[in-house]
Ligand binder design. Structure first.
Ligand code: GLU
Length: 467
């Protein structure tokens, strides 16, 4: 077989939807797995609805996911002369014809068909027409085969057969001379020598028409793989109603590209019971034949679980860099505080998203301006003041700086004073972060530094003393 060539062909009428991203991912994986070529084609023939912003958003989403393409982006709007050329070829070969029926005539016929309970389809008035009324507007229609069936072996769905009777003579060029969608797709896929078309199964009904066009033009017919839709929890097609659907929105919510990628690959594709796939593993194991036939339901909890996994196992330096925009959003600057990488290390164990991590990192850079009263109220004022005094004294008189050493100091305090760890740790957590949701005590103190810790304890001491 010739070298595998696949393409992702988004219409630039919005952002990169997670469903589109999954289609792109399956194409990219198959290309990588087979040493083939992955092409990006922007289907912008609908000039009214296509925008530059949307193209940028799609490219941004693809780049963020790391779905680099080998050829393109190609724009259909650059290929109008090519489409015209092929329309002419079909006309010359008698495989297409000019249709002069007006839309009023067609509408009237459609109404009658509906009234008579027939499926409205073009009745072929101009199919055998020999005169060419000069100066009259026309569309160009494909002379579709009559009778028989058009069938294909879908790599995901198996054999799909359409009776040709169902398919009328498709308009391939409008009265204004512009080519229509299905025709452009065929010309592009054929001239780009696409061998496998992987796309959403909302395009299944276009496929028989496209196959007929390939055959009429004498092009080899590619293989098709129609990927089932992604649904929301209510089993309706995934839409904004269900929450975020844009890839970039997931980035902004603090998801890692590898987590979203891992999540998307499993949405419809499986490899035994495996759940975690690195890019390399996905590439190695991907097989389009293992994509399931039924639609998959988007499950945010599972995505969160994967994201937590990748955060937990991520490189702190990279996570620190990725965390910065989430901190800026909160007006946190890290210049005069602890090293961000150390901060990440204390938080990566438990954060589900970078947003959550940023939220929890704020206290390292901005000392608390208020304290969790309910949490403080669980302790006697005398005990609190005694704890603050003891910890200040212990930390100030010890050269300890790392987590283990500091944890050791807290243990010493507990045994010297007969306190339980909770009686010491919680008040100090409140002193340092304002609340009780913070990492281990040794970790926070080591990360903030003894000096800053003592300063914060002093502040809470004053607050508690005047209560
Ligand atoms: N442009 C189409 C879409 O965005 C895809 C067409 C195709 O893959 O054949 O749904």
């Amino acid at each position: 077989m010739s070298e595998l060539r696949v393409r992702f062909a988004p219409s630039p009428t919005g952002y990169l939807h997670v469903g589109g991203a999954r289609t792109a991912l399956f194409n990219w994986l198959l290309a990588k797995n087979k040493g083939g070529t992955f092409i990006l084609r922007i289907e912008d023939t609908d000039v009214e609805r296509s925008t530059k912003e949307s193209v940028d958003a799609i490219l941004e989403g693809m780049k963020w996911l790391g779905l680099e393409w080998d050829e393109g982006p190609f724009y259909q709007s650059d290929s109008f002369p090519l489409y015209k050329e092929y329309v002419q070829k079909l006309l010359d070969a008698g495989k297409a014809y000019k249709c002069y029926c007006t839309s009023e005539e067609l509408d009237a016929k459609r109404t009658i068909a509906m009234e008579e309970g027939r499926k409205p389809k073009y009745d072929g008035t101009c199919r055998e027409r020999v005169d060419q009324p000069a100066g009259q507007p026309y569309v160009v229609r494909f002379r579709a085969p009559k009778g028989g069936v058009t069938a294909f072996d879908d790599l995901i769905k198996g054999t799909i057969t359409f009776p040709n009777e169902e398919l009328d003579d498709l308009i391939i060029q409008r009265t204004d001379g512009t080519p229509t969608y299905n025709f452009c797709v065929v010309i592009d896929d054929a001239t780009m020598r696409i061998t496998t078309v992987i796309r959403g199964d909302d395009h299944v009904n276009n496929t028989p028409r496209q196959i007929q066009l390939y055959e009429a033009l004498g092009f080899p017919v590619p293989q098709f793989a129609h990927v089932p839709m992604i649904l929301g929890s209510d089993k309706a097609r995934l839409s904004k109603r269900h929450g975020a659907t844009s890839v970039i929105a997931y980035r902004d919510m603090g998801y890692l590209p590898e987590a979203l990628m891992n999540y998307l690959v499993r949405l419809g594709w499986s490899h035994g019971d495996d759940e975690i796939f690195s890019r390399e593993e996905m590439i190695q194991k991907f097989d389009i034949g293992n994509v399931g036939r039924s639609a998959s339901v988007f499950n945010t909890e599972k995505l969160n679980w994967l994201n937590a996994h990748y955060i937990k196992n991520g490189d702190p330096e990279r996570l620190a860099a990725l965390l910065l925009p989430h901190l800026s959003k909160r007006r946190v600057t890290t210049r005069n505080g602890p090293d961000l990488m150390s901060v990440v290390r204390t938080l990566q164990e438990r954060a589900q998203t970078l947003e959550e991590m940023a939220e929890r990192a704020v206290f390292y850079y901005n000392p608390p301006t208020s304290y969790d009263d309910a949490a403080l109220a669980k302790f006697d004022k005398e005990l609190l003041l005694a704890v603050f005094a003891a910890v200040t004294e212990k930390l100030s008189s010890s050269p300890a700086t790392d987590t283990a050493e500091i944890d050791g100091l807290f243990k010493e305090i507990c045994s010297e004073k007969g306190w339980k760890m909770g009686q010491v740790g919680q008040p100090i957590r409140i002193a340092l972060s304002g609340g009780t949701q913070a990492p281990g005590i040794g970790e926070i103190v080591a990360t903030l530094g003894v000096e800053e810790t003592v300063r914060r304890i002093q502040r809470v001491r004053e607050f508690v003393a005047v209560k």
